[in-house]
Write a protein that binds this ligand. Structure first.
Ligand code: NCD
Ligand code: ZN
Length: 476
């Protein structure tokens, strides 16, 4: 048998319908065999992964890496380092950079910046009134998909008119290209925000009041109507409200090709946290009342929501902590904390590891046409693998994030279940993790220097206390 680069032995491999014990052989950037230990080919390197779970690397459909335009907030190097540390092996990056990714020139700038990426990536091009005539050109030049900012947000890109959105969908439907939609009704948001501002409101709750759930309901309804009419594939970004889930359910039942993501912040945070944290929590759509949390979990469980994305939206700490809520930039980093946060919920019995893999990797791989190549640990797939220790506990710390944006509502939150290493196929079988690295891979060594995963007894103790507290709160 031909020698391969790496054999991983003794791990448990997770897919949406089973967990099996098997060894994995990797050659170059591909998985070439999964099977019994005895059947593995000879390998240049061997690695034992006893006690660890191997998950297909997470695929994050929604990150903002900020280059070109705002390298003070994030760069491809820091953003993708954060992804790698968080078990995320593929990201789809958003077009609200400066210039926005709606021209060939802007796309080339982004592609150049993305050469620094540690992880695999796709680029969402901009779908707006000014770009609708350039969609084919952008696809030919390498965008994988499009994003329409139907709701106003960071970058202040004008929302596409309904006419332009319809035309865009008509063009993309026969090509099978999916469009991500930020679904909020801009006119409602602008009027409400002005009303709040005129009334002198500068508190964090005014942001939520300015962006009521009806803005999301209306926009999702409109987008689904256009998608159904044209046959276009659409993807609802950061679904935040319980009240708009029925629209997804009905559209899916009718056969509309819609996928939808939610994010850890909509599942695990609510206005109680907003009252404590203020501007740090400002994001679009807003984090809502606690009554929205459980229905979003239920929707993930029953498949109404397909996947977890992060909306990794880094800003500088000083941009998040200004006195008036209207002066705080919207969004916060998330690509590095998604996996430990969600694994913690798995550990608490809220979902299975198999459910998690469906949301974090399988569903996004299918939505973006990558399934088989990604989203699975099987021969022929890319060697994109997260090595997970479900027993490892620690406290998330914003200061230790790889992102430039060292400010996070998750700061101080206890978690149990970590991606210990990440195997990134695009770096040709380099293991990124604390304990081991291919010395040839100089460019990832900086990532390894960071150790944000303490396991000291004191921290374990603190976690136990925090978990007990969370459980109590749940039972109340
Ligand atoms: C995002 C950003 O900062 O780019 N902000 C946010 O509040 N979510 C933009 C977006 O995804 O809406
Ligand atoms: Zn958005």
């Amino acid at each position: 048998m031909k020698e391969v680069d790496l054999v991983i032995r003794g791990a448990r491999i997770v897919s949406p319908d089973r967990i099996i014990e098997a060894s994995v052989a990797i050659a170059g950037e591909q998985i070439v065999a999964v099977g019994h230990d005895d059947t593995m080919p000879p390998a240049r390197e061997e690695m034992r992964a006893d006690g660890l779970y191997l998950l297909p690397g997470a695929i994050d459909s929604h990150v903002h890496f900020r280059d070109p335009g705002y390298p003070n907030k994030e760069t491809w190097k820091t953003g993708s380092a954060a992804a790698a540390m968080g078990g995320v092996t593929t990201v789809f990056e958003m077009p609200n950079t400066n210039p926005a990714t709606g021209t060939l020139e802007a796309l080339r700038m982004k592609q150049k910046a993305a050469e620094a990426s540690y992880c695999d990536f796709g680029i969402h091009g901009l779908l707006g009134d000014d770009t609708v005539d350039r969609l084919e050109e952008l696809l030919d030049a390498g965008v994988t998909s499009f994003k329409a900012f139907v709701g106003n947000t960071f970058g202040n890109l004008p929302a596409p008119t309904d006419g332009a959105l319809l035309e865009g969908f008509e063009k993309l439907a026969p090509l099978g290209i999916r469009t991500v939609v930020h679904a909020e009704n801009s006119s409602i948001l602008f009027r409400r925000q002005k009303k709040m501002q005129d009334a002198g409101r500068i508190d964090a709750m005014a942001h939520l009041a300015a962006r009521p759930a009806v803005a999301e309901i209306e926009a999702i309804g409109r987008v689904l109507t256009l998608a159904e009419w044209t046959g276009a594939r659409v993807h609802i970004a950061h679904h935040s409200a319980a009240d708009s889930l029925f629209l997804l359910r009905e559209a899916k039942r009718r056969g509309v090709d819609v996928t939808a993501e939610t994010c850890p912040q909509y599942l695990l945070l609510n206005t109680d946290h907003m009252l404590k944290l203020g501007g740090i929590m400002r994001l679009n759509p807003p984090i809502r009342e606690a009554r929205h949390n459980q229905p979003l979990w239920d929707a993930l469980m029953d498949g109404t929501l397909d996947m977890i994305a992060t909306d990794h939206a880094p800003h500088a700490p000083e941009e998040k902590t200004r006195e008036s809520i209207w002066d705080c930039d919207c969004g916060f980093p998330g690509v590095e904390t998604q996996m430990p946060l969600m694994l913690t919920e798995v550990n608490r019995g809220r979902a299975s590891l198999m459910d998690y893999v469906r949301w974090s990797s399988v569903a996004p791989a299918k939505a973006w046409g990558l399934y088989g190549t990604k989203g699975v640990i099987a021969p022929g797939a890319h060697a994109d693998i997260a090595f997970v220790d479900m027993e490892r506990a620690g406290i998330l710390s914003q200061n230790k994030l790889q992102s430039i944006s060292k400010i996070s509502p998750w700061n101080g939150r206890p978690v149990k279940g970590y991606p210990l290493h990440t195997l990134l196929s695009c770096l040709s079988s380099v293991i990124v993790g604390r304990d081991r690295i291919d010395p040839a891979a100089e460019r990832v060594s900086a990532i390894l220097a960071a150790d944000f995963r303490p396991s000291e007894a004191a921290i374990e103790e603190l976690c136990k206390r925090e978990f007990a507290k969370m459980k109590e709160e749940e039972e109340d």
